[in-house]
Design a binder for this molecule. Structure first.
Ligand SMILES: [Zn+2]
Length: 275
């Protein structure tokens, strides 16, 4: 079993001190993962990306990347699709320099398309992106995320099919699945579906939601109506999974540390019961 835990972005404790200090802080906090956020654009220089990768490697922090938020591979405007692809591809290029495997993004909105039409459109764009990845021999791959709003492309089944047919990866956002299903989640069913994956890249947090799904991310302990953490951890340990769980909670690294505590308690509990 190998579990990687860490924040979506620079820890709040070193918020304004840049990505490298962020990676070092993750390691000081005894965490071992961090997702680099290109929220509003990919503006990291190549030499910085290489340096970030080196510092992460030296400090045993596993990196991933979140591509900019403004992406829609099913836009009615060709120009917006082109721009979306450029954002994903430049994220992949920087991720490769950092030796970060997964490049996460929200792939598309259904818009006026049926889910099937949207799927075909996204698939053809992802195929092109995968071709660019192969041509450049990048080790990073696109990982579209399970989305939290019902008007967004990205159910688990859609992404599993996409991964099977194009070779891309995927990111399982447990809070989004919970919100989209109106406050229900079946971890066993999810991990059964993911059983062929060597490693699972995922996001976790609390979440506020309504009829159309996700409203905003919350801290893990903020509400009774959040996706439950303990059953998730139990399932991860029982299955001996190799998994990265990125905290997208507003208190980032503090909730990663909460996850770590629950993992340690669960392992203790299991070993006490088996001895
Ligand atoms: Zn997420």
């Amino acid at each position: 079993m190998k579990i990687f835990l860490g924040p979506a972005g620079i820890p709040t404790t070193v918020k304004d001190k840049g990505v490298i200090e962020g990676v070092l802080e993750v390691s000081r906090l005894t965490l071992n993962a961090m997702e680099i956020q290109f929220t509003y654009g990919v503006n990291m220089k190549e030499e910085v990306a290489r340096k970030v990768g080196k510092v992460a490697m030296e400090n045993n922090v596993l990196l991933s990347v979140h591509a900019p938020y403004y992406v829609n591979l099913n836009s009615e405007e060709e120009e917006k699709i082109k721009k979306s692809k450029e954002r994903i591809i430049s994220s992949l290029q920087k991720a490769d320099l950092m030796e970060a495997k997964y490049v996460v993004f929200h792939a598309a909105y259904y818009g006026k398309s049926s889910p099937e039409e949207c799927y075909e459109k996204v698939k053809s764009e992802i195929e092109e992106i995968m071709e660019t990845v192969r041509m450049n021999r990048w080790k990073s791959i696109p990982a579209p995320e399970t989305t939290g709003k019902r008007n967004q492309f990205g159910t688990l089944d859609e992404l599993l099919k996409l991964s099977e047919e194009t070779g891309c990866a995927l990111c399982v956002d447990f809070a989004h699945i919970y919100a989209r299903n109106g406050g229900k989640i079946d971890y066993r069913e999810i991990f059964d579906k993911l059983s062929s994956f060597e490693h699972i890249h995922s996001h976790f947090s609390g979440i506020e939601f309504g009829k159309s799904g996700e409203k905003r991310h919350l801290t893990i302990e903020s509400s009774e109506d959040n996706p439950p953490l303990k059953p998730l951890i139990k399932e991860v340990i029982k299955r001996d999974l190799s998994i990265t769980i990125i905290s997208e909670s507003p208190i980032l690294e503090q909730d990663s540390l909460l996850m770590k505590k629950v993992i340690e308690e669960t392992i203790d509990h299991f070993s006490m019961n088996s001895s």
